[in-house]
Design a protein around this ligand. Structure first.
Ligand SMILES: C[S@@+](CC[C@H](N)C(=O)[O-])C[C@H]1O[C@@H](n2cnc3c(N)ncnc32)[C@H](O)[C@@H]1O
Length: 246
């Protein structure tokens, strides 16, 4: 796995974070070193997906990046379940296709271009029993989030599950600061320098927009999901499970 040195390489950055080729090349390392308990979350997602996925339905990963989630799910789910990943980064999609092909899963998983801001009308979301959107909703413009969640809800079968993981804020600014301090400690333990941490923070400032817990709950509920639970939390990193009830 190539090591993430994206913010160690360049003296000054000053531009918004992009999911470009440089990032795609090191993304798997970036995720495990930047998202607390990333691999444990993947195991939880597999467990939840096994419960909810229905034969003959679609399992969809929105913001599929290098394909990790769907590749793991392919080994767990009935082969009659179609697996489809969407992303708007071509370098990520190329990686995802190569990773799947290398494991002999090229025919099992489809990876396609999809833009959750401007291209919602072009996304096919229908007959889905499981939809995952991991560390990606935070990059969708707030004004577009309702339309996206509504579209997911409408494209799901009754009893289907939407699994969301995202950075979150609390209502208390002191608590937000503590959580971020603890998060930077986590990154230092994973060998990121203070300079790398602060450059990445600046690069993400305009593009990663977290919601508070209550804003997320309201977003999912007002767009149809009647059961919304938190299934994971580590400080300001959270996982939500939203069920489309019959
Ligand atoms: C943090 S990564 C997701 C990680 C991945 N879900 C995982 O858990 O391994 C966010 C992904 O969302 C994609 N993305 C960001 N904004 C997007 C948009 N508006 N439409 C589609 N994809 C988007 C990025 O290209 C990137 O691959």
């Amino acid at each position: 796995m190539a090591r993430d040195e994206v913010f160690g390489n360049t003296a000054a950055r000053g531009s918004d974070f992009q999911f470009n080729e440089e990032v795609a090349n090191v993304f798997d390392d970036m995720l495990v070193r930047s998202v607390p308990f990333y691999l444990e979350q993947q195991s939880l997602i597999e467990e939840i997906a096994r419960r909810f996925a229905l034969s003959g339905s679609l399992v969809l990963d929105l913001g599929c990046s290098t394909g990790t989630t769907l590749i793991r799910l392919a080994g767990q789910l009935d082969p009659k379940i179609k697996l489809l990943g969407y992303d708007n980064s071509q370098p990520m999609l190329e990686r995802a296709k190569t990773n799947a092909a290398d494991l002999g899963l090229g025919d099992r998983i489809e990876f396609s271009y999809g833009d959750f801001n401007e291209g919602l009308d072009d996304l096919v979301i229908e007959n889905a029993s499981v939809v995952t959107i991991c560390w990606t909703l935070q990059f969708v413009r707030p004004l577009r989030r309702d339309r996206l969640i509504r579209k997911i809800y409408e494209g799901m079968v009754d009893g289907g599950v939407l699994i969301v993981t995202d950075k979150v804020l609390t209502n208390d600014s002191n608590m937000n600061r503590f959580f971020i301090d603890f998060y930077y400690d986590f990154k230092r333990r994973n060998d990121y320098s203070n300079e790398e941490i602060s450059k990445k923070r600046e690069a993400l400032e305009n593009v990663l927009i977290p919601y508070r817990f209550d804003e997320n709950f309201e977003l999912f509920r007002r767009n149809g999901f009647s059961t919304v639970e938190t299934f994971f939390q580590w400080y300001n990193f959270a996982g939500f499970l939203c069920v489309k009830n019959i």
